[in-house]
Design a protein around this ligand. Structure first.
Ligand SMILES: [Zn+2]
Length: 280
């Protein structure tokens, strides 16, 4: 069934963090839901604004509807890191059930002001909203924030933001980095503890999940992380698999057979991460 982020938070409260996986191309989408089904987990499918334009908002929504029925999986379709309120409205109108307004590069009052426009528009349609306070390092959809310029979330800013905007979820900067796959992040667990114990009314979101060790990830989930984003690992693994198959392909080789190993790898990653996000 297609659900909002808030509905998933309520249903799986105390049971798990919910994996939010970036779909990069339509080919990998069935494998993602199949993986979630296999381990009996809900799944958030998230797109960057760029991917939504590439695949098409309508095609994404109808594909998710079809696949959620086929696999009988709880799915939320989420717009990740969007700085353009018009694109957010387009996603909501198309049938996304959750959107992220990323005003993290603005000052806190401007961020609050814009996020409120989004929560007002989304709430009428029962769509959830994620905001961001602090700056998560790394690259996302072509935008690069150097690790030195990444800034930890300031707790007082986060509390004020949540109080005034009415968001359902908040992305926090606690040391994770977008696009990190060669090394592991240094997580500030004290900050996470402080944030999660004072913001029980919203779901705290971890971005840059690929760069977090399994051990740290279990600790994050235990300390109250409710949504975990995984994008880089899917992109990187897909490329690794198709590099292997396409390098030996002939013009008449079945394209389907060339893509299948990559799709299977996506399914495995969704299964593995969804199990990791479960509270033991
Ligand atoms: Zn992110």
């Amino acid at each position: 069934m297609i659900k909002s982020l808030k509905q998933l938070f309520e249903e799986y409260d105390g049971k798990r963090a919910i994996g939010s996986f970036n779909v990069h191309c339509l080919e990998m989408l069935p494998a993602m839901l199949e993986g979630a089904k296999e381990v009996d987990a809900p799944i958030i499918i998230q797109t960057s604004p760029g991917t939504a334009e590439y695949i098409g908002f309508d095609l994404l929504v109808s594909s998710i509807e079809t696949l959620s029925e086929r696999f009988e999986v709880d799915v939320c379709l989420h717009m990740d890191h969007c700085k353009d309120i018009e694109i957010i409205k387009k996603a909501i109108d198309a049938g996304y059930t959750s959107v992220m307004y990323d005003g993290s590069s603005l000052d806190i009052d401007e961020n609050i002001k814009n996020t409120k426009i989004v929560t007002a528009y989304a709430s009428v349609k029962g769509v959830s909203v994620e905001g961001e306070v602090g700056t998560i390092g790394g690259a996302e959809d072509g935008m690069v924030v150097s690790e030195e310029n990444a800034m930890y979330t300031h707790p007082d800013d986060a509390y004020k933001f949540v109080r005034e905007t009415g968001v359902d979820a908040i992305a926090v900067a606690i040391g994770t980095v977008h696009g990190q796959y060669k090394s592991k992040a240094n997580i500030n667990f004290e900050l996470l503890e402080e944030l999660s114990s004072n913001m029980k009314e919203v779901g705290i979101v971890l971005h840059g999940g690929t760069g977090v060790s399994d051990q740290d990830m279990r600790r994050c989930v235990k300390q109250g992380m409710k949504k975990v984003n995984v994008g880089t690992e899917l992109n990187k693994s897909y490329i690794e698999e198709v590099n292997k198959t396409f390098s030996t392909a002939k013009p008449l080789t079945s394209l389907r057979k060339l893509l299948l190993p990559a799709n299977n790898r996506i399914k495995d990653i969704v299964m593995e991460k969804s199990k990791l996000f479960q509270l033991l």
